[in-house]
Design a protein around this ligand. Structure first.
Ligand code: SF4
Length: 297
């Protein structure tokens, strides 16, 4: 449990006393932060927990807002640096920093600027990113740019959606960046003039049918037999459709041809078999992409 405290510093101490594993403090709105900061560091040290300096564009310190004319990258970084140096001056180093902004371009510029000033662990976030669809895109754009540069140690996806959706998006971002072993994945073609089946419908049916699968199985749904098998050679299982039939292939080799109306059930049957084999085989679970460490700055 990580507490997120604003306005009244007494709640920072209460959260620490209550046994929280870490506390985020917002330097922009905690009253008299300059005075209570050292006490907060001492309490965290005594409890053996870490802190996050959580700067946010929507609650930037008023003086910095006036000085920089708004929550610019320079203003957000100035706020973070002030608190980081205060923490370090009292010998406290067990903290990470976030400098969140709702605009992905500004957010990326802000984190890049902060990363150029020191090597503190950074917690990435596009704050108030919006409903699931927009927020997911904003988070992918911003996290992708930063993590590919080796900037960022932890992430938070912020969506106007149930928190479990935020976690799913965050996990997938890390998987597709190769920073976490890849789990179940669908490879499906966009369809084109050669498509002889409704690929969108088929891909959605297969995705829905396999949504509980956690094994790192890759299933390809391709619209034709011209390019389908070749394009999906890397998949564990796939289908290429044509002439009212579906050619089912495993690792690029055709294993069965079924009528179009049996494609989904056949694919799901093979997928579950392969997934349960993987789940029973620890080596099989480790066949995802290589996990790359984030490079040092
Ligand atoms: S697999 Fe076939 S239908 Fe799908 S995009 Fe490629 S060529 Fe077009």
């Amino acid at each position: 449990m990580i507490a997120d405290i604003h306005f009244q510093s007494k709640y920072v101490f209460e959260a620490i006393d209550a046994g929280c594993a870490a506390v985020r403090v917002n330097p922009g709105n905690i009253r008299k932060f300059d005075e209570v900061g050292p006490q907060i560091c001492k309490a965290a040290t005594d409890a053996g927990i870490s802190l996050r300096i959580g700067v946010n564009a929507g609650s930037l310190d008023k003086e910095l807002y006036a000085k920089y004319g708004g929550p610019t990258p320079e203003a957000l970084v100035a706020s973070a640096l002030k608190e980081a140096h205060m923490f370090e001056d009292v010998g406290f180093h067990d903290f990470k920093i976030s400098v969140k902004h709702h605009d992905p371009v500004t957010m990326v510029e802000t984190y890049r600027l902060l990363a150029s000033k020191g090597d503190w662990p950074l917690h990435l976030g596009v704050t108030e990113a919006g409903p699931a669809w927009q927020g997911t895109i904003k988070s992918c754009v911003a996290f992708g740019a930063l993590l590919a540069e080796g900037i960022g140690d932890t992430i938070r996806v912020s969506l106007s959606a149930p928190p479990v959706e935020e976690v799913k998006v965050g996990c997938k971002i890390l998987e597709y960046l190769g920073l976490r072993p890849r789990k179940f994945d669908i490879i499906s073609c966009p369809s084109c003039g050669r498509a002889q089946v409704d690929v969108i419908h088929l891909a959605n049916e297969v995705t829905e049918g396999l949504k509980g699968i956690t094994a790192p199985i890759r299933v390809a749904v391709m619209g034709c037999i011209v390019n389908g098998p070749g394009e999906a050679r890397e998949a564990d299982l796939g289908v290429a459709s044509g002439n009212g039939k579906g050619r089912i292939f495993i690792k690029g080799e055709v294993v069965e041809t079924v009528p179009e109306d049996q494609i989904v059930e056949t694919l799901l049957k093979y997928a579950r078999d392969i997934a349960s084999k993987m789940e029973g085989d620890e080596d099989g679970m480790a066949t995802g992409p290589i996990v790359m460490p984030i490079t040092e700055q």
